[in-house]
Design a protein around this ligand. Sequence first.
Ligand code: FAD
Length: 313
Amino acid sequence: MEQLLAIGSQALRKAALNEDAKAYILQNESLFKILKRVANRYIGGENLSETVNKVIKENSREFKCSIEFMGESTRTVKEAMEAKDEFVNICQSIHSQNLNSTVSLDLSHIGLAISEDLCFENISAICTAAGDKEVIISAEGTERTDAILQLYKKASKEFSNLSITLQAYLYRTKDDFVDIIKEKGRIRMVKGAFETEKGLSLPRGNALDDQYLYYVEQLLSQQHLCSIATHHHEIQQEAKALINKYQPGKETYEFESLFGIQTEQLIKLKEEGYPTKLYFVYGKEWYLYVCNRLAEYPLNLFRALQDVMEENV
Ligand SMILES: Cc1cc2nc3c(=O)[nH]c(=O)nc-3n(C[C@H](O)[C@H](O)[C@H](O)COP(=O)(O)OP(=O)(O)OC[C@H]3O[C@@H](n4cnc5c(N)ncnc54)[C@H](O)[C@@H]3O)c2cc1C
């Protein structure tokens, strides 16, 4: 069975990156409908209003949320400005609809790959529109880490609502962590999702889990604003023990999961009284995002099948 799941997962990864396969699926009405049904478990929707409806529902179940308009690596000023406008819309919706939500984004989506000045202007506009709501910068591929951290430090001087994501799997994070923890903004700890060149990162396994928990312990013990962003059950349990040990204020930390992934674990944490947060992404470019969520945990393929069948009954 494991072998079968591995084959399925590998096929999905290939389908995700193969432009012909993508075009075929997206242009085939029946296949598109099937995949969209599967996608609904993982995305806020194709647009902001669909996502806002889901956020309202999750807020009513006492989950804090974060909203991201999906995209990265914009290559033209026009695209970067359009993305910035969409993030400003998110901020306005959060305020007008009184949502308990923050905003998440990739700096390369709002112009980092074009010009640092343009990106700085855009992040400034978004932070201003966000007001008292947090804006959390995601971590991207290693070729962008320096530029992202530099821009974060520069913008943090002006905006106290800015937060940053650090990847525990990168060896360089040991130094970055010491530097970044000097800023007041929340640090979201993730394991890291991108392929890196050899020698730059730890693979999944015990050493990475220990490293991840090392950072979490530093953050909790110093009562530094942080997000424990993982779906790893054992790590969540270890983090609970650290919270018990250091007793940080509830306003300083949160457990955060991607919408649709191991939600049962997050529900349990919420029921136990821990601050919890669901991360929503939305947009028309959901295809790659959904294929990746399915491929990274092959058992999700069964869930996808179930989602398709249930809607058919
Ligand atoms: C809120 C949030 C924000 C993130 N932001 C970034 C970012 O900015 N940059 C970045 O590089 N990465 C980001 N990530 C992704 C992160 O780096 C990991 O790739 C991802 O969280 C999977 O790692 P893990 O810690 O859950 O543990 P893993 O070691 O990957 O998995 C441990 C266990 O978690 C569960 N699990 C993991 N993935 C799935 C899945 N798809 N479906 C079901 N169960 C699963 C399984 O039980 C698995 O055994 C983010 C993740 C979260 C939750």
